[in-house]
Design a protein around this ligand. Structure first.
Ligand code: SF4
Length: 659
């Protein structure tokens, strides 16, 4: 069998039942694992018109073929679901130990369907699966929840939990992994909240053995050595991912004041990874089997924003609560990051939505009356702390912002949409892509919306690595457009592999894709080649695109926000905007998409996606199809689910925001 378990743990919260489903080798080989296997199971199990906050939505928590082995950085756990924020394919991932624990318990993934009437948590200890009462932890923040469950189930237990934001169905609520990790994007925390699922506790004692131990050990050692020697590793260990703050300020990629300012060089030294290390770092922190240790342990010992020793902010959080809002007080940024984690909210979408609201406030579209006496001033951490609590508990104007920036802009009106920076309803990851055009194309074509891990092209444009064996030879001008379509297709296919094998993308910067093929072959026993795994990447991307087509996505959704198409007059990217039309034309041709943004039946069949082709055909969404729609495919023509009035739980009424 090798490193794959060939088993998915199916849990139905409505029926309070669980069972094991066996997955055939053919499916594992073609869809690899992680987000690839999740997408294939999603196709069979989740109706395209499912309400994301209903029991019909399924939360997939998936490990990959390298999880649980000693392969470096094979730590990530993927969550996949229909996103309540965007109404389309949603996914996120975290590092830590959870993927390894899941594999050690004997599963490649967990699929959670149905909704419980009362708060529950799930305990998985090897073959023992229990659905337990969570009424005593419902309402607790994520740190408190972690501590209680670790005390109850042992320090080695791995916890995936939600905070008040998930309970209150904030559309960008995250699933936290203890205190250290976060499955942030697309609102997986709200999906858990809608199922009344407070947490999962994972413990496994089994061993994950590669199919070909000697070959596996050989490639593992070679890759480990390369990662240790890499300059990227040295930089990440020393300064964490926030090392990117200073570099991006030089190239014009650092987002400043809701993407309205092009030169963030005056902010960068105050917020950089080096400054975090110099002032607040107590030690680096690493995920399972990771020699890089990009995570930060920090402590703010004094001042108004004291934070006890614990997880520090990564690049995205520093930008979201720093440069994007003009906050240059690093301790305040650390505190804001901690609070977002305690509430259980995606720091990217939370920060971006608040920065959008700050611009609305500055321009008079939101007033202090709307905010019931509060303010939303640029550079003011107290204003952000106040609105963040109101978002988490859906109080006052926080209830509107809790829907995300696209929905909030529609509610605010008066042209507020011009201040949103999102694709397909997902707020931009923190890169001003006027300084990195291919990266911008990656955001536009990402299947979950504007995302920095759906394509490796941003790192390739920044010259972090080359992969000549797959045609990525380097020397790309980040502000050029020609050739970026083809490059992005390749870089997306690699990212699909990273999310399917559940390897950290930082390790891929130090190794060859050929080595990834060798590792997968030795781990699984499938005689994978480089060509075959790249085909797997292409298949997974197209499957997720097809799922999105079933949920209503067309070429009209592949668009760059208006703001990004307006050039800056200052900074490293002054005068530069992506030529998105040119890049999309190139991209569509290489990807094999028709002008309407859907794949042809022939393309789907060549990728081994006949079941998807049949579903698209039954929805009349494929080329040359005469069949009338067999199922309702797109209940939300604008992809944003209708806003339901939020039912405030008894618990909610009793508990005021504690922060
Ligand atoms: S590089 Fe960072 S995110 Fe990646 S596995 Fe290592 S510690 Fe985790």
């Amino acid at each position: 069998m090798g490193s794959n378990r060939g088993r998915i743990l199916d849990i139905d919260l409505a029926k309070r039942s669980s069972k094991t489903t066996h997955i055939k080798d053919d499916l594992l080989r073609k869809f690899v694992g992680g987000s690839g296997l999740a997408a294939r199971l999603f196709l069979d199990r989740v109706p395209p018109n499912a309400d994301p906050l209903s029991g019909k939505n399924i939360l997939f928590l998936m490990a990959g073929p390298l999880s649980g082995t000693r392969f470096p950085t094979s730590s990530r756990l993927v969550a996949a679901f229909k996103s309540p924020l965007t109404g389309i394919w949603g996914q996120g991932s975290c590092g830590g130990d959870s993927a390894a624990q899941l594999k050690a318990a004997g599963y490649d993934g967990v699929a959670i369907s149905g909704s419980s009437k009362k708060p529950v948590y799930i305990l998985v200890e090897d073959d023992r699966v229990e659905i337990k009462d969570a009424s005593d932890i419902w309402g607790k923040d994520t740190y408190e929840t972690t501590q209680i469950l670790k005390k109850r189930h042992g320090a080695k237990a791995d916890i995936l939990e939600i905070g008040p934001a998930g309970e209150n169905l904030v559309k960008f609520a995250s699933i936290m992994n203890g205190e250290w990790g976060s499955i942030s994007r697309c609102g997986g925390g709200a999906v858990m909240g809608s199922k009344k699922l407070k947490a999962l506790v994972l413990r496994g004692t089994g061993k994950v053995e590669p199919a070909l131990p000697e070959e596996f050990e050989k490639v593992r050692k070679a890759v480990l050595e390369k990662i240790k020697q890499s300059v990227v590793t040295q930089a990440l260990t020393a300064a964490g991912t926030a090392m990117g703050v200073e570099v991006n300020a030089i190239t014009g990629v650092l987002p400043v004041k809701n993407y309205t300012v092009g030169d963030g060089s005056y902010l960068a030294p105050k917020l950089s990874g080096n400054t975090i290390s110099a002032q607040y770092l107590t030690r680096p922190h690493a995920c399972f089997t990771c020699p890089i240790a990009c995570k930060r342990t920090v402590k703010v010992a004094e001042g108004p924003y004291r934070v006890g020793e614990g997880p520090g902010p990564q690049y995205e959080t520093v930008c979201a609560f720093g440069s994007l809002m003009l906050i240059d007080h690093l301790a305040a940024v650390i505190r804001l990051g901690e609070m977002a984690n305690r509430y259980g909210m995606d720091t990217i979408s939370c920060g971006a939505t608040i920065a959008f609201a700050m611009e609305c406030f500055e321009k008079g579209l939101i007033t202090t009356r709307d905010l019931r006496g509060d303010h939303l001033r640029w550079g003011n951490p107290e204003d952000v702390l106040a609105i963040m609590a109101k978002i988490a508990y859906r109080q006052g104007f926080g209830d509107i912002l809790a829907e995300g920036s696209r929905s909030a802009a529609r509610r605010i009106g008066n042209g507020a949409e011009r201040f949103t920076v999102e694709v397909k309803g997902l707020e931009f990851a923190l890169y001003d892509v006027r300084g990195s055009h291919g990266h911008g194309l990656g955001f536009v074509m990402s299947n979950r919306g504007a995302c920095h891990v759906a394509s490796e092209i941003g790192k390739i444009e920044s010259s972090w690595t080359v992969w000549p064996e797959i045609g990525v030879t380097g020397g790309y001008d980040p502000k050029a457009d020609a050739g970026k379509g083809e490059l992005n297709v390749i870089c997306e296919n690699v990212a699909m592999l990273s999310n399917a094998t559940t390897m950290c993308q930082f390790a891929l910067m130090s190794m060859a894709i050929t080595e990834l093929a060798e590792a997968l072959k030795a781990a699984t026993g499938f005689d994978y080649t480089l060509d075959e795994i790249m085909q797997c990447g292409a298949r997974i991307w197209m499957l997720q695109r097809g799922l999105n087509n079933l949920m209503g996505i067309t070429s009209a959704d592949d668009r760059m926000p208006e703001r990004i198409l307006t050039p800056h007059t200052e900074g490293g990217a002054a005068g530069s905007v992506p030529d998105i039309k040119l890049m999309l034309k190139d991209y569509y041709r290489y990807r094999g998409l028709r002008p309407d943004g859907r794949p042809s039946q022939a393309r789907l069949r060549s990728l081994g996606l006949s079941p998807l082709a049949a579903k698209l055909q039954s929805c009349n969404l494929a080329a040359g199809v005469q069949t009338p729609p067999g199922i309702q495919c797109d209940p939300y023509p604008d992809r944003v689910p209708p806003q339901k009035p939020v039912k405030k739980s008894e618990n909610h009424k009793k508990r005021p925001a504690p922060y």
